[in-house]
Design a binder for this molecule. Sequence first.
Ligand SMILES: Cc1ncc(COP(=O)(O)O)c(C=O)c1O
Length: 478
Amino acid sequence: MGNPNRPLVEALLKFNAAAPVSFHVPGHKGGSLSGLPADLRSVLRYDLTELTGLDDLHEPDGAIAVAQRKLSSFYCSNQSFFLVNGSTVGNLAMIYATCSVGDTIIVQRNAHKSVFHAIELTGARPVLVSPGWDEITKTAGTMTVGQVCEALEAYPDAKAVVVTHPTYYGTTGADLEEMIRACHTYGVPVLVDEAHGAHFAAGDPFPRSALDMGADVVVHSAHKTLPAMTMASFLHVRSELVSTEKVAHYLQMLQSSSPSYVLMASLDDARAYIEAYDEEDKVLLMERRLAFMEQLATIPGLQLVESDDLLKLMIRVKGCSGFKLQKELEAEGVYAELADPYQVLFVLPLLKVGTDYPFEEIAKRMGSAITRLHLVGGKQDVLEMPLLNEGISQLIYTARELAQMETEWISYDEAVGRVVAASIIPYPPGIPLLVGGEKVGDEHIQSLTSLRQMGAKFQGAIRVNEGQIVVVKEGTEE
Ligand SMILES: Cc1ncc(COP(=O)(O)O)c(C=O)c1O
């Protein structure tokens, strides 16, 4: 107890302090009927519901309302919302609030699959903007102002521009503020998937938040970089172009009517954590991070790559794919966020004074893993990935049109020139290699083959073992 700056956490503590007897849902009755191990069961005491004193996410006027106002005040929004279904539901709600069937929406091509799902559900027509290649992280980067202006010129009736800022790898791009200003001169709102940037609001040395740069709606996966539980996320509206009421309306429809109080309490706590994050905390984080990097730099063959966001760190070993490196690190109990052909990606902890992390021990284990890789040797297994750059493009068919067509599974070799019937998504990071309705090119098949050979995992319209993807049946196209 004792932190009045977390109104929802306080409300839960106060409720339980009165030793309440449950004749309400959930059925585990405060955990007493649960067969979970004791440490897991202990949290169920706080897994409560809309009881007197605990407010209601969908009609807040008590502790949740106060907690959300504190959130809004810290992030300087007009209104902020707790999300209990990840940034996924935030992306859905912001696109529902701005687009409907047939509307044009301009989208950064390396957007998360939830953005494409939202477009599919609303029936909007996406205009895809291919970002440039970011040489530092060896991944797709961000759109330029020039590209977005070109897309707006070509599609002046666009209802929104969707930006991913930063990318999964922490790349922010240099000109988001100018891009937002340009979109606003066209009267088009900018919706920012800032899933990986909830901590940016702590200020320098972190990159600037899109909210600070004038974005209309911003979504944060608090669970990715703040100390919040998985799925716990935020959505902020600060706009004259997007209706807060519409966003709230869609959140009501898309989120559970029984939102988890444990998740919401962890959001309240995460906001208090980042709000209190001060200069001393930043100094501590920078010192600990630097010491870790210095130790890693002594491991022969290891290459460190930094990105715009201090919390993201890429680790490469010459001649070895990220997938293989990831496996070897896991054998030492070190789990990276993801692997790709070139590297593994670490998400570092947002340490503050009074917290610590076993960096020295981790670096030692990483040293053992990498030495083992060198000992095993063998041929180089990093396959070069072809650059995918489609410029500004539209889908040949929207998801709704595809739904009316017949499809068939064919092998990769026969797929060039055909229209893919659903998205193919290497996961993580969850960014489509092909969006359903796009034409398959040589470079897509080369990427797919290389990723498969290196052990990447996929979601979507792909049978990895059989080497097949699903395409529109020829002759059935409209
Ligand atoms: C850029 C981006 N946006 C959105 C999401 C979805 O976030 P969540 O897992 O919070 O639903 C992710 C998840 O990895 C992501 O990387």
